[in-house]
Ligand binder design. Structure first.
Ligand code: ADP
Ligand code: MG
Length: 728
């Protein structure tokens, strides 16, 4: 019992006794109690300030310094009453996680007396020393200042840790020259774009619509492993995934984990983190086991997208923190284990209006169904026109293991509509709309029936990356660790562009004397024809689809460096400049950051594989090989002939061969890394890491995994899959 693995196995028995939460509240009792929400605002702000703040949030108006000062004061009093001692601007830099820099409320007044202070200025803007956040060359070190600016549309909250409480203020993060350095600011810009375009199109149907905003509900998948075992796996600790590990004799083939009974220990963790989430206003609704052993999922009620993204980011932080209390470690990586399913983040996306309508939900009248179809077809058009960019927005080293592997949605972007709606689109496509209004009337009759046909639309295609599920689209290709804002910003922007073009075409047709309905149907018909190749109702995992998609001319980017090229394509730059979401410089910088990110991830994994091979796996294998050799000698001493010792000899030789191969390939990998590091262009370096370095991760692992099932169990240094995956 020498290895860390063996000690950890002994330790987990202690963790299994983790206690249930002391008390269970009704969720509604504690919902939002740590949020500076409307209730808290009414209590801590004067009625005038409360009104002007809400107005500013609703209409997106600026906030005057005086209002900011008074809001800051109210927020401070509320936070102090909650026990907070510090405040921080809370933001989402391009590292993928959230960032905070805490300042104390503590201050000294003119008489040198200690007071608690929080100014309007401190609420509205801060200058974090941000020179070490990814910036893609936007900030030179001499102008290293970036600043964070308050986003009043996402309410402040108090985060609690055993050592104290902190007031967190959601903010954007931009460079001193105004370029975005985070996920939130482009998302907010995309909201403005889709609102403007959406409201304009809504006017054809309902003059009362003055606001359109995307909604998002994120299903979050994750794995849980015992912390003691997690700590004994440097690959999990440093890269988030297992770089070695032979599959357990039993993986997910029995299909008994999905929706199975939640283990008690996991249940205790879930209850605990859900309660924390409720207090922070995160409306969690669903929890269940996922397909792979040790894999779980949670999902909230959907919310306005900016809030939903903030909540998902906060949720990930929260899960990691709270799991520790239960002796568990959360794995948010897209593919923590080879051979079992990876994790994604299903982004359920729709558009809602100030009148309470879901624009992707059909209504009762033909007119409202035409409105539904308008947004539905425009969403397909948006997805079609920028499918490569959507693929780029979800690309990461982690997600590469998922997309294109035989489990998650394929790397080919296609949309699933369900049989009934496909048929409706086919009918419209066939309509001879040029001649007379008769066709328009008959099609409107068809459209009238949509709600009935959708009622029994139970179509569920789990293999599609972008599926319509009755009243929303579900983008399933987003990686479990990523910030949803990246993909959602693209989808919103593409939708804005599509709707704007649609409006222009419909207006033109109306100007040419068409009826409004006729004009709308005609442009929809055009879009339906133009987007056909992106529609696919079949099995997205099959080889036939790969061939069919290639025939249709759909892209199939299997690796991140290739996929990311679409970020800087002509159509992308046009899209973002037109919608005002990214400047050319910003998107170039972001492309650079994503490439750097990819390089660093592979570099870390490669170093880890080298180190663990030479310092843990090879030594264990050598020790066992030595034992085999001793035993061979012993057999000889006992007078056994070569024939009866043959299989032991083969074992010793096999081990020796794997050892040699590992040592040799580790050195080759190091040289490949060295060569890649000398490349100047980031794009080319990423390609070199992808083509020259990454393959060694697989081949070295292959030898190690074979050794794992040959070498003495007690000598094996890393916790095994069978130990990691089955929580009790
Ligand atoms: P499933 O997709 O498995 O049928 P649900 O219907 O519960 O599951 O939805 C999954 C997620 O989709 C939930 O987070 C839910 O809140 C969200 N969702 C439902 N309606 C909308 C909508 N109009 N806009 C955005 N998300 C939505
Ligand atoms: Mg779903």
């Amino acid at each position: 019992m020498s290895s860390l693995r063996m000690q950890s196995l002994a330790n987990i028995r202690q963790n299994q006794g983790s206690t249930l939460p002391e008390s269970v509240f009704k969720s509604s009792d504690r919902f939002g109690e740590s949020v500076f929400n409307k209730k808290a605002m009414r209590e801590f702000l004067s009625p005038e300030i409360y009104e002007s703040l809400l107005e500013a949030i609703d209409l997106g108006h600026g906030i005057t310094p005086d209002v900011a000062r008074q809001v800051a004061n109210g927020m401070k009093n509320w936070a102090l009453a909650k026990g907070a001692t510090h405040y921080t601007h809370w933001f989402q830099p391009l590292t993928g996680s959230t960032a905070e820099k805490h300042d104390s409320f503590f201050s000294l007044n003119n008489d040198g007396e200690a007071i608690e202070a929080f100014s309007g200025g401190a609420l509205v803007q801060q200058e974090p020393d941000a020179s070490s956040f990814p910036n893609g060359g936007i900030r030179n070190t001499f102008e290293a200042r970036g600043y964070t600016a308050w986003d009043p549309s996402s309410p402040a909250f108090v985060l609690e840790s055993p050592a104290g409480k902190t007031l967190c203020i959601p903010t954007i993060f931009v460079s001193y020259t105004g370029e975005s350095l985070d996920y939130k600011s482009p998302l907010l810009k995309s909201l403005a774009a889709v609102e403007k375009a959406g409201v304009a199109v809504c006017q054809y149907f309902d003059k009362n619509i003055t606001r359109v905003y995307p909604t998002l509900g994120v299903e979050q998948e994750y794995f849980l492993v015992d912390s003691a075992l997690f700590d004994a796996r440097p690959d999990l600790v440093l890269s988030g995934r297992t770089l070695f590990g032979h599959g357990a004799a039993r993986g997910q083939q029995l299909e008994d984990h999905y929706f199975g009974t939640i283990p008690e220990r996991v249940h205790a963790f879930m209850v605990d983190f859900e309660n924390e989430a409720y207090r922070l206003g995160i409306p969690l609704k669903t929890r269940h086991n996922e397909v792979a052993p040790g894999q779980f999922e949670c999902a909230p009620l959907f919310e306005e997208i900016n809030l939903a993204v903030d909540h998902n980011q906060l949720l990930m932080d929260l899960m990691e923190k709270i799991a520790k209390r239960h002796g568990l470690s959360v794995l948010l990586h897209e593919k923590p284990f080879a051979g079992v399913n990876g994790s994604g983040k299903h982004n359920n996306w729709s558009l809602a209006t100030n009148t309470g309508k879901n624009l992707l939900s059909p209504g009762k009248t033909p007119k409202s169904n035409l409105m539904f179809l308008t947004f539905f077809v425009n969403a397909i058009k948006a997805f079609h026109d920028h499918a490569d960019l959507i693929r780029a927005s979800i690309a990461s080293a982690g997600n590469d293991h998922r997309l294109g592997a035989n489990e998650a949605p394929p790397a080919i972007m296609s949309a699933f509509l369900g049989e009934q709606l496909s048929r409706v689109l086919d009918e419209i496509e066939k309509g001879k709309l040029d001649k007379d209004q008769v066709e328009v009337r008959s099609l409107m009759h068809h459209i009238k029936a949509i709600p009935e046909i959708l009622l029994d639309n139970t179509d569920r295609n789990r293999t599609s990356p972008f599926a319509f599920t009755g009243n929303k689209f579900e983008l399933r290709a987003v990686g479990s660790a990523s910030n949803c804002a990246a993909a959602m910003t693209v989808l919103n922007s593409a939708m804005a562009q599509s709707l704007t073009a649609f409006k222009a075409e419909v207006d033109k047709a109306i100007g040419d004397g068409e009826s409004r309905e006729g004009a709308i149907l005609k442009v929809l018909q055009k879009y339906i024809k133009a987007t056909k190749k992106i529609r696919f109702e079949g099995n997205g995992y099959g080889d036939e689809w790969q061939k069919e998609a290639a025939k249709r001319g759909l892209s199939n980017f299997r690796t991140t460096p290739d996929a990311l090229d679409a970020m800087v394509s002509k159509s992308t730059i046009q899209l973002f400049e037109k919608t005002g979401v990214y400047s050319h410089r910003e998107i170039e910088a972001r492309h650079e950051i994503m490439l750097e990110n990819y390089i660093k991830k592979i570099q870390i994994e490669s170093r880890l594989v080298g180190e663990l091979s030479l310092t843990q796996i090879v030594p264990a294998a050598m020790a066992y090989q030595q034992r085999c050799m001793e035993n061979l000698r012993l057999q000889k001493e006992l007078g056994m002939n070569a024939k009866s010792s043959a299989s032991l000899k083969v074992l010793a030789e096999t081990i020796a061969q794997h050892i040699s191969a590992m040592v040799e390939q580790t050195e080759k990998m190091r040289l490949a890394r060295k060569k890649a590091n000398e490349i100047d262009s980031t794009r080319a370096m990423a390609q070199a890491y992808c083509d020259q370095v990454k393959p060694y991760l697989e081949s070295i692992r292959d030898h190690a995994d074979r050794l794992e099932i040959l070498v003495d169990n007690e000598l094996w240094p890393l916790p095994k899959y069978r130990e990691l995956l089955f929580l009790k």
